[in-house]
Design a protein around this ligand. Structure first.
Ligand code: GDP
Length: 424
């Protein structure tokens, strides 16, 4: 029995999905503990290519039980669509292999709409939301103005609870944004269309996880996004509205007393970032286009071109510290194969001084990247499976990153496929 969290070290899209898909074979249970359908994991396996938004990445392993914990933004509509898409490709999804926390709060029909209305109001000051309703959802959760999934099991109590929330929410919709109010009929229709579908999966995930652990089963906690998008530790306010850091995994899963034995931090061999906010190592123009194309850096959920740059040592070191990572998985090393020199953002410069500490968010936009270059290898490494078979320059790059970030790089990924991995 051992527990592990797989988390993003940077701005998200580091390749966590592929690492969870790989490592799930060692675990009995996979838990998503935060976030909603706003980001996506891409998993490539023998059944095809899947963009998962809410479903845990263990869903493809027949013996794995998947859990959506109380920390997630439970969007019944998107979840049901996702369940149907994955099931259509031959993956059975039943209450035996998918369990939804009765304490997960529900993303209500107006949350998505409010996200769009607020971004439109902010115009050029927008946060770059994916408009999946995540920020309005979490603010309502903390104001205690949404309902828990378990309430779907008690319709009379649910309607009574929703009536009060509806009255309050319509004030905002009508008076602040001039939008159309919702009715109880809208909510009952939504519950019938989507709430009913997820009802069979709802249970006390804490009780399930505790029992699993007592029976000696091991648990993998899976996060969305990365350290720099963490609400408390990221580049606020350009963060997500939840805590992707590993320390939150036990809290967001329904099993607050769980211990983490291993924390695998996923870092990409270069940087990418979706949406707004300071991104110190950012490249522009032709070199950015080339890297974006080589790494196919377009949002899994939105299709938006991602901002790209070289690996950012300063941000990565900070991200590792926030996660308490014990091991690093360095992904997409193969993408750098076209470069004759491998760039790294080794330090920042702030007010004329070279610094190695990640700056406080308010002054982060003033930081400038200090780039250094390592030798490239310029050959295809996607078929390499052993450390000693990597070209020397590629090994030197990995060793350089390992030394600078101060954490062991245990896995090196050289392709999206399950087996395209080098274990060190
Ligand atoms: P996640 O949210 O952290 O899982 O990140 P993404 O869904 O954006 O995944 C990163 C993308 O890179 C996906 O399309 C993966 O299939 C792909 N990928 C992951 N690891 C590698 C790798 O080592 N090499 C290449 N070429 N692609 C990879």
């Amino acid at each position: 029995m051992s527990n592990c969290a797989i988390v993003g070290i940077n701005w998200g899209d580091e390749g966590k999905g592929r690492m969870v898909d790989l490592l799930t074979s060692d675990y009995d249970v996979v838990v998503r503990y935060q976030g909603g359908g706003n980001a996506g994991h891409t998993v490539v396996n023998e059944r095809g290519k899947f963009a998962l938004h809410l479903l845990p990445s263990g869903i493809f392993r027949p013996d794995v039980v998947n859990v959506l914990g109380n920390g997630v933004a439970l969007d019944c509509e998107n979840l049901w669509t996702e369940i149907q898409d994955v099931a259509a490709k031959g993956v059975a999804i039943t209450p035996e292999n998918l369990k939804i926390s009765d304490r997960a709060s529900l993303l209500l029909p107006w949350h998505r709409e409010l996200d769009g209305l607020e971004e439109a109001r902010l115009a050029d000051k927008k946060y770059g939301s994916t408009k999946q309703g995540i920020a309005p959802f979490y603010s309502d959760k903390f104001q205690k103005k949404t309902v828990m999934a378990g309430e779907l099991l008690y319709p009379d109590k649910l309607w009574e609870h929703l009536e009060g929330i509806l009255e309050w929410k319509n004030l905002t919709l009508e008076k602040v944004y001039g939008a159309k109010p919702y009715t109880m009929e809208d909510l009952k229709q939504w519950a019938a269309d989507f709430g009913e579908k997820i009802k069979p999966f709802i249970c006390d995930t804490g009780a399930f996880l505790r029992k699993a652990q007592r029976e000696g089963k091991s648990i993998l906690f899976e996060a969305q996004l990365g350290s720099l998008r963490d609400l408390d530790y990221g580049i606020y306010p350009y963060t997500t509205s939840s805590n992707p850091i590993a320390a939150y995994a036990p809290v967001g899963s329904g099993f607050p007393e769980a211990k983490l034995d291993k924390i695998v931090g996923v870092v990409k061999a270069y940087s990418s970032c979706v949406g707004e906010g300071p991104f110190t190592c950012e490249w522009f123009g032709e070199r950015a286009d080339k890297l974006r194309e080589a790494g196919f850096e377009y949002g899994a959920k939105t299709g938006r071109p991602r901002r790209v740059g070289p690996i950012d040592i300063v941000a990565t070191r900070y991200g590792i510290q926030c996660q308490g990572a014990t091991d690093i998985a360095l992904t997409k090393l193969d993408v750098l194969s076209y470069m004759d020199k491998i760039p790294v953002c080794a330090h920042y410069e702030l007010n004329g001084e070279q610094i190695d500490e990640f700056p406080f968010p308010a002054i982060l936009p003033d930081a400038k990247p200090v780039e250094e270059y390592l030798d490239g290898w310029q050959c295809d490494i996607s078929g390499v499976r052993k450390w000693e078979d990597l070209p020397e320059a590629a090994r030197k790059y990995v060793e350089y990153v390992e030394r600078e970030i101060g954490c062991r790089i245990t896995y090196v990924s050289v392709g999206p496929e399950r087996d395209a991995i080098i274990l060190r």
